[in-house]
Design a binder for this molecule. Structure first.
Ligand code: ZN
Length: 220
């Protein structure tokens, strides 16, 4: 077991999941935004439970101040599974789960947009990336060839889960991409930077032993 600290500003809880994978191909070039259709405590429990299907995310962003980190960013989390064989978005991205059902009456909060912008800026600084929407559009579904270019040759991008998997609805029509851009501008002009505080002990992974290899590279 190893001990690790939260990575990036604003993380209030570290609760390591078992479904985090060391992968020599790991190369952070982008960010994928999801919603959970749940609440913070339940989402963290679900994403860290020991199960025979690997599902995970790097961060779970609550609605009013709570953020959990479940997986170190140097590791691959299973948040954006799809079926392009060797081209696995998880290897190239950090996954953020927003607690919301993305219905209008339960819309994403200012806190969630603010955290995303602040945290993505922190990662961009660390890895020398430039935040941007691919060709100005974070929502459109594109084909494997398109994403391959971004994954292998880009130095920064932000997209919704639905952009790499048309079967997924998230983050949906109520996620305000323009508002996120405004948050970036606000954060860049401000000077406040919070430091990571939480510390956790990493669990042993156990499922690799008995899962077929195919499951290790995809998530439904
Ligand atoms: Zn998703």
């Amino acid at each position: 077991m190893s001990i690790w600290e939260a990575q990036g500003p604003g993380v209030t809880l570290v609760k390591p999941c078992v479904d985090a994978e060391k992968d020599p191909r790991r190369k952070i070039v982008g960010f994928i935004i999801h919603y959970t259709d749940g609440n913070f405590d339940g989402d963290v429990d679900w994403l860290t439970k020991q199960d025979d299907v690997p599902v995970s995310a790097h961060y779970v962003i609550g609605r009013d101040g709570q953020v959990a980190q479940l997986c170190r960013i140097e590791r691959v989390a299973y948040h954006a599974g799809m079926s392009w064989g060797d081209l696995n978005p998880n290897i190239y991205t950090i996954g953020y789960e927003l607690c919301s059902n993305a219905k209008q009456e339960y819309k994403f909060t200012d806190f969630q947009y603010r955290f995303l912008a602040e945290h993505i800026l922190w990662v961009c600084k660390k890895y020398n990336l430039i935040y941007r929407y691919p060709d100005g559009d974070p929502k459109s579904t594109r084909n494997k060839a398109y994403w391959k270019e971004w994954f292998l040759h880009s130095d920064g991008f932000i997209i919704g889960h639905s952009a790499v998997n048309p079967h997924k609805p998230d983050p949906g029509v109520f996620f305000d991409w323009d508002k996120l851009l405004q948050m970036f501008q606000q954060r860049e002009s401000g000077s406040e930077t919070r430091q990571p505080a939480a510390v956790a002990i990493e669990p042993k992974t156990f499922w690799k032993k008995f899962l077929p290899k195919k499951l290790l590279t995809s998530k439904k």
